[in-house]
Design a protein around this ligand. Structure first.
Ligand code: SF4
Ligand code: SF4
Length: 88
């Protein structure tokens, strides 16, 4: 079983909403606050990310890093690894 999460660099984001439109889980939305450039920024709203990486691939500003967690059904051990890193 795979679950995911994203880290979004709020100060890089310009609020274009491409990542929000690309997310099949509807996990993302815009913040209610603004960053230093005056943009509402993308943020993770729901805890249902699958780590599909769509959002990181479409972001024109490379503001999203996706992490996947692989959970074994037979074992209690877990491992986490970055799935896509698009650091600016
Ligand atoms: S990795 Fe996929 S499921 Fe997770 S927030 Fe991005 S687009 Fe949505
Ligand atoms: S695609 Fe990138 S720049 Fe656009 S809202 Fe999402 S995180 Fe921000």
């Amino acid at each position: 079983m795979i679950s995911g999460t994203v880290i979004i660099a709020a100060e890089i984001c310009k609020g274009c909403e491409l990542c929000i439109a690309s997310c099949p889980q509807e996990s993302l939305g815009l913040s209610t606050s603004i960053n230093r450039n005056g943009y509402r920024y993308a943020t993770l709203l729901k805890n249902n990310c699958t780590g599909c990486v769509n959002c990181a691939l479409v972001c024109p500003d490379s503001a999203i890093t996706v992490y996947r967690e692989i959970k074994s059904a037979k074992r209690s051990s877990q491992s986490s690894q970055p799935a896509a890193t698009q650091a600016a």
